[in-house]
Design a protein around this ligand. Structure first.
Ligand code: ATP
Length: 255
């Protein structure tokens, strides 16, 4: 359903490619964690999937449609199917939990309705349901600026779920959170992933989280794939190869 063919990105002024010749196919039901050192290309990869970044070469296809060649209008439509959660939550601090979650409906509504902030009772009820799903019913009327980091990320997840996405993307969604809270957020993501039968693709720095929750790990190094496989196979040798230069003469056939 998500196909990436020969994807390469070089930023203007960059001397190296941020991504080089990436070929991957993802299916519904996969919970994919992307690993790699800082600067390996993880964010660029996620941004290419939802069309925020145009590749220099190659393309991303979502259910047979080429995201990389879409106009802004087409992208707005296809992004309804792609929920996104962010490292710094991207919430509106002075608005309540409910109001922030309702912004997840914006891609489905007219600009006018969004401007006046009117939501139908059905939309509000659906928002209340996803807020309950992420365990925030008691906080529903609170301004998000008064919530903890973990609670804010739950709001981010609820907002993404309100879109009824088929693909859930995460760009370092737990990097600002402590280990215990990160674990809770990943448990929630896994629950939502299973309940809604999603394809989930998340960048993460914490290798242990990836090993515990992912059904598939992809490791990037210098914009290239250096590992693609099940978490059990991501052993110390793969770890060293991804994060250090300790392993020499290792043959890889992923690129
Ligand atoms: N807007 C930009 N303009 C120029 N170069 C960029 C831009 N964004 C990223 N890069 C470069 O592209 C490469 C990949 O960056 P990217 O942010 O995708 O890596 P990352 O693995 O997500 O890193 P991190 O874990 O630190 O977020 C890096 O060398 C980075 O400096």
């Amino acid at each position: 359903m998500l196909e990436i063919k020969n994807l390469s990105v070089r930023y203007r002024g960059g001397h190296e490619n941020a991504l080089s010749g990436i070929n991957l196919t993802f299916e519904k039901g996969e919970f994919v964690c992307i690993l790699g050192k800082s600067g390996a290309g993880k964010s660029t990869f996620i941004r290419c999937i939802n069309g925020l970044q145009k590749p220099n070469q190659g393309q991303v296809s979502w259910n047979g449609e080429s995201v990389s060649n879409m106009t802004e209008k087409q992208l707005l439509k296809i992004r309804r199917e792609m929920g996104m959660i962010f490292q710094h939550f991207n919430l509106i601090p002075r608005l309540s939990v409910l109001q922030n979650v309702l912004t997840g409906m914006f891609g489905y509504r007219s600009t006018y309705k969004n401007l006046i902030g009117w939501f139908s009772p059905e939309e509000v009820n659906r928002a209340k349901q996803v807020i309950e799903d992420v365990g925030l019913t008691e906080q529903i009327g609170r301004r998000v600026e008064h919530l903890s980091g973990g609670q804010k990320q739950r709001v981010g997840i609820a907002r993404a779920l309100l879109q009824q996405p088929k693909l859930l993307l995460g760009d370092e969604p737990v990097s600002s959170l402590d280990p215990g809270t990160s674990n809770h957020i990943f448990t929630l993501l896994q629950e939502m992933h299973n309940r809604h039968q999603l394809l989930t693709v998340i960048n993460v720095h914490d290798v242990d989280l990836a090993r515990r929750f992912a059904t598939r790990i992809i490791a990037l190094k210098d914009g290239k794939i250096v590992f693609d496989g099940s978490p059990e196979l991501f052993n110390e040798i793969e770890f060293d190869h991804t994060y250090h230069n300790a392993i020499k003469n290792k043959q890889h056939s992923y690129t």
